[in-house]
Design a protein around this ligand. Sequence first.
Ligand SMILES: NC(=O)c1ccc[n+]([C@@H]2O[C@H](COP(=O)([O-])OP(=O)(O)OC[C@H]3O[C@@H](n4cnc5c(N)ncnc54)[C@H](OP(=O)(O)O)[C@@H]3O)[C@@H](O)[C@H]2O)c1
Length: 297
Amino acid sequence: MLTDARILVTGPTGQVALPLTLALAADNDVIGIARFRDVAARSRLESAGVRCIETNLAAGEFGGVPDDVDYVLNLAVVKSNRWDIDLAANAEATGLLMARCRNAKAWLQCSSTGVYQPAGLDPRAETDSLGDNHRPIMETYSISKIAAETVARLGARQWNLPVTIARLNVPYGDNGGWPAFHLAMIEAGEAVPVHPDRPNRFNPIHESDIIRMVPRLLDVASVPATTVNWGGSQSVDLEEWCALVGELTGNEVTFVETEQTIGSVVIDTTKMHELVGATEIDWRDGMRRMVEAQRQR
Ligand SMILES: NC(=O)c1ccc[n+]([C@@H]2O[C@H](COP(=O)([O-])OP(=O)(O)OC[C@H]3O[C@@H](n4cnc5c(N)ncnc54)[C@H](OP(=O)(O)O)[C@@H]3O)[C@@H](O)[C@H]2O)c1
């Protein structure tokens, strides 16, 4: 784990960032920036010692943000589905904040495997084709994530700032995620949408593995930027995790085929295993933990 470091986290109230930021706050000086629309999450962060600074990434004004940080974890994502806002807040703001924090030791740019051109069950390596993967559910997402990656690559070279671009697959855990949406649908008796190109395969990664891997991802940051897939070492079909959720909750699981959902994105884990190692949480245990945590809410 990281200790005694000054860490700036963007979007600390988010699904992925909240448990990570709370974990980091135990042994580090952590600053979080967001609009803080989630008052309860802000309060949890502040109770853990995180300094919360209200900032709108779309405005790109970072005057109030400390520039003397050791690490930046860029975990915010803006999903307004408006091109001007999403490109400004995801891509331009990345560059503006990099300029401000140019003296950091490393920058982690959280990206998405939603940047890959869909390829069915064929595992995607970091050098494979990029494409407009998430258009069926959000028009601006994939392109603004690709734009943000490109700005981060530029920033690494421009300011000699070591960068890791980590392309996250399906993050989930006690704090929610896509499988938690499936859990809610299954409990409500609703059919889960699946792409007709079956099975729908991904590499879900539990939040405990995410927390554990961040220090190593920062260690491998470099100039030019390092780009690496970030997902579970096991690939799992959405149909399989839904079946497990149904079993654990005693509900029948039904699916509805639609093109208006994300189809399979399987990652090639070779580079991730070389650079940061394998994940440790077996997907069945992770899903079980998620179901238990959601029940206690
Ligand atoms: N969740 C997934 O399934 C998934 C999959 C692959 C990759 N990822 C990537 O993982 C990262 C985290 O995603 P997430 O799903 O955890 O995000 P999330 O839950 O949607 O949270 C987004 C965060 O960004 C902040 N934010 C949004 N608009 C903002 C603005 N205009 N100015 C400042 N902050 C703003 C939000 O706080 P406020 O709204 O209060 O400002 C919140 O803290 C992102 O890079 C995402 O692309 C996520």
